[in-house]
Design a protein around this ligand. Structure first.
Ligand SMILES: NC(=O)c1ccc[n+]([C@@H]2O[C@H](COP(=O)([O-])OP(=O)(O)OC[C@H]3O[C@@H](n4cnc5c(N)ncnc54)[C@H](O)[C@@H]3O)[C@@H](O)[C@H]2O)c1
Length: 338
């Protein structure tokens, strides 16, 4: 029997609590050792709720703890790269939420520190573990749709995040579409070479005032010739809309939204069904659990994670190309971003 993996959680906000809960309840191979948050109350509440013995305000103290084999970096985006370098220097394995950072030189520095330290790194691209996406990928790989011609992803949030979040998020492409860029590469099995973006502020002028966008269509050209389109909105009134489609010479595979129940009500005025599951915590619950299980398994068995530092880097590169395309009103090669 392998020894339990000692885990430290850095950042006890929305996503940090979710991963902690999954580790506490579904992954007996892990042991929660410590939690750190600059907001002491958040860390204390997380520790109390999930039975974590140690609380640190400063993550450096957590990194010094010898019982910790691996850390989860779940703090705000602008802190990920520095914490990654510090954790690598202490020989800790790392699970880091997306995005690693908002520029490639910073990401490259952090990835170099990870490589030098020889620790494992998994990026929080949970959608790779979603049952719909796993099935589409498998069917595409098996040739069920023949030669792939078109990829389509619709990804729309039920409502925009608070303005305070928007301002530090890095913008819609680095914050939201980043998941879709990663999913697109994952489903098609090829790299994105070029993007062309049309985008707008259609939901909330405040988002525009902060320099961001809330509505976008990003078209993609892949190295293997496939063309694709991702459409995003920060506000779909009917709920979290997450659909994907791969079309090819032999047919098409589509993934529809998941709903709380599969019931339909028919009446004289029409037919109604459930709205999609509310938001990412509900819709992707299973995938968060599976990604964390994969991380712990990789550490126990010495295997490589499915969502790597390279994947984390490329997704930011594509996101920045998408923004540049919007700014310049022209197609942008992903290789233009360095
Ligand atoms: N993979 C996903 O589906 C997904 C979903 C949500 C968020 N995220 C990512 O996770 C990160 C956190 O997002 P969130 O929604 O949980 O935000 P949040 O604001 O709810 O939580 C972030 C927490 O980190 C803490 N923090 C900030 N700096 C810190 C530091 N130096 N040391 C320790 N703690 C620190 C904050 O006090 C806060 O409690 C973001 O980078 C976001 O992009 C990923």
């Amino acid at each position: 029997v392998s020894k339990k993996i000692g885990v430290g959680v850095i950042g006890a906000g929305r996503i940090g609590r979710l991963h902690t809960e999954n580790l506490a309840h579904c992954i007996p191979e892990a042991r929660l050792v410590a939690v750190s948050d600059v907001a002491s109350e958040a860390a204390q509440k997380c520790a109390a709720d999930f039975g974590i013995p140690t609380v640190e305000k400063d993550y450096h103290a957590l990194l010094a703890n010898k019982e910790i084999d691996a850390v989860l970096i779940c703090s705000s985006t602008d802190t990920h790269a520095q914490i990654m370098m510090d954790a690598a220097a202490k020989g800790k394995h790392i699970f880091c939420e997306k995005p690693i950072a908002l520029d490639l030189p910073t990401i490259d520095k952090a990835l170099e520190a990870v490589r030098k330290a020889g620790v494992k790194l998994q990026i929080g691209f949970n959608r790779r573990f979603d049952a719909n996406n796993l099935r589409i990928r498998k069917l595409v790989q098996e040739g069920a749709v023949g030669d792939v011609h078109i990829l389509r992803i619709s990804s729309r949030d039920p409502g925009p995040p608070p303005m305070a979040y928007v301002k530090v998020s890095g913008g819609i492409f680095c914050d939201m579409t980043i998941h879709d860029f990663d999913t697109a590469r994952y489903l098609v099995g090829s790299e994105v070479e070029e993007v062309f973006t049309l985008a707008a502020v259609r939901v909330d002028p405040e988002i525009g005032a902060a320099g961001d966008l809330d509505t976008a269509i990003v078209t993609l050209r892949f190295a293997n010739g496939v063309i694709g389109a991702i459409d995003n909105s920060r506000k779909a009134v009917y709920g979290y809309d997450q659909r994907a489609e791969v079309f090819g010479s032999k047919g098409m595979v589509q993934a529809e939204n998941l709903t709380p129940t599969a019931t339909k009500v028919s009446g004289s005025e029409g037919v109604t069904a459930d709205k999609p599951l509310f938001f990412f915590l509900e819709r992707y619950m299973d995938s968060y659990c599976l990604e964390m299980r994969e991380f712990i398994t990789c550490l126990q068995e010495g295997t490589e994670p499915k969502a790597t530092g390279y994947d984390g880097r490329v997704s930011v590169q594509i996101a920045k190309a998408a923004r540049l395309s919007y700014d310049k009103k022209r197609p942008v090669k992903v290789s233009e971003i360095s």
